[in-house]
Design a protein around this ligand. Structure first.
Ligand code: TXA
Ligand code: MG
Length: 331
């Protein structure tokens, strides 16, 4: 598998590969996606094989414009059109009732479908050149940290993907907000750069709570988005003590903290993270991949502030900290 720059010819070529039932990894503003023709069952099945993802986990269908929603969804509520108008292209996925004819392979057999118009020139050009919906999960192996640059895709999926369009590093860096509009109350299933607060303001009503909601969303499983090295979340005021206590018992550590280095110990490697949620989110997955190559015994991550604008970062950190396997994740 080679990486390809994103010239017009590359994109047309990639669209042809999708048309022929191939798999194309492409950049979006959130993370890289592993795309296939959403109306080709065999092509969609290849996505699951490439990722090692269970077949009943639904995929998001990417569209080039909001008016294509009606081909994939039925009984579309006004709220969907309002949000699409305000926030698409953008890091928001809407869950709607699926239209007849949509493949079970895409929806995992559910009666709903996830739709999104990504805010990335390469993704939009690919969608336009292809002329249909592209089903695309994040281009990582199941249960792993999502890729935010083309090299991550290559490291994760190698030859399982036919073509990778290199569009540089993703601006948002965390997966899209998922909003379920298929029930009586709009509910966030996965927090992202589009905050619950903004959604509620645009809709002019409060959202349903996330708690107790157990949809079949692989990103909602506790140990999703995990690096190989076990990760511990440490409260900000306790970071220095935690660092010392791991070093005293001879365990090597990588630290992601918003403050400057507090240890020069050879067994301690330090990354200072940005103190604003937008930049932090953009870098988080790349940093986790980097520290994963260091072979430390632990990754210690200083808890960011308990504020609403950090919700998506908190969510991903919490999942990264869960013990792999305990929640029944296979890979
Ligand atoms: O930012 C993103 O959303 C990226 C880029 C590539 O668009 N995509 C992404 O896809 O994160 P994926 O498959 O890794 O995560 C999408 C999540 C999954 O957890 C899936 O279960 C959930 O969306 N999902 C998709 N369709 C759904 C549906 N009909 N009902 C509930 N959850 C759904
Ligand atoms: Mg994913």
């Amino acid at each position: 598998m080679e990486l390809h720059a994103s010239t017009h010819e590359d994109i047309v070529h990639a669209a042809n590969i999708v048309r022929r039932g191939g798999l194309v990894a492409f950049p979006t503003e959130t993370v890289y996606g592993l795309g296939a023709d959403a109306s080709n069952g065999q092509a969609v099945t290849r996505i699951f094989a490439a990722k090692g993802r269970p077949a009943d986990h639904p995929l998001i269908v990417h569209l080039s414009a909001a008016d294509e929603m009606a081909r994939w969804a039925r009984d579309i509520p006004d709220a969907a059109w309002v949000l699409a108008e305000r926030l698409w292209p953008g890091p928001l996925t809407l869950i709607l009732k699926r239209a007849t004819g949509v493949l079970d392979a895409v929806t995992g057999g559910q009666d709903t479908i996830g739709l999104r118009v990504p805010d990335h020139p390469v993704a939009l050009a690919l969608l336009k050149a292809f002329g249909g919906g592209i089903a695309a999960p994040s281009a990582n192996r199941f249960g792993r940290v999502s890729p935010t640059c083309a090299a991550h895709v290559r490291a994760e999926l190698g030859h399982a993907v036919d073509y990778v369009i290199d569009g540089g590093s993703c601006q948002v860096g965390l997966e899209s907000t998922i909003l379920d509009l298929s029930g009586s109350l709009p509910r966030v299933l996965r927090p992202g750069a589009v905050t619950a607060d903004l959604l509620a303001r645009i809709l002019g009503k409060p959202l349903g709570s996330r708690a107790g909601n157990q949809p079949r969303v692989s990103g909602s499983m506790a140990s999703h988005y995990a690096p190989d090295t076990p990760l511990r979340l440490i409260q900000a005021h306790a970071i220095e003590t935690a660092v010392q206590s791991f070093l005293i018992i001879g365990q090597s550590i990588a630290v992601l903290s918003m403050r400057q280095l507090v240890s020069h110990h050879p067994d301690c490697r330090w990354i200072t993270m940005p103190d604003n949620p937008r930049e932090y989110g953009q870098l988080l997955y790349a940093r986790l991949r980097e520290v994963d190559t260091w072979g430390c015994r632990w990754i210690l991550v200083e808890q960011p502030p308990a504020l609403a604008e950090w919700e998506a970062v908190h969510d991903r950190l919490k999942r990264s900290a869960s013990v792999r396997g305990v929640e029944g994740i296979a890979s």
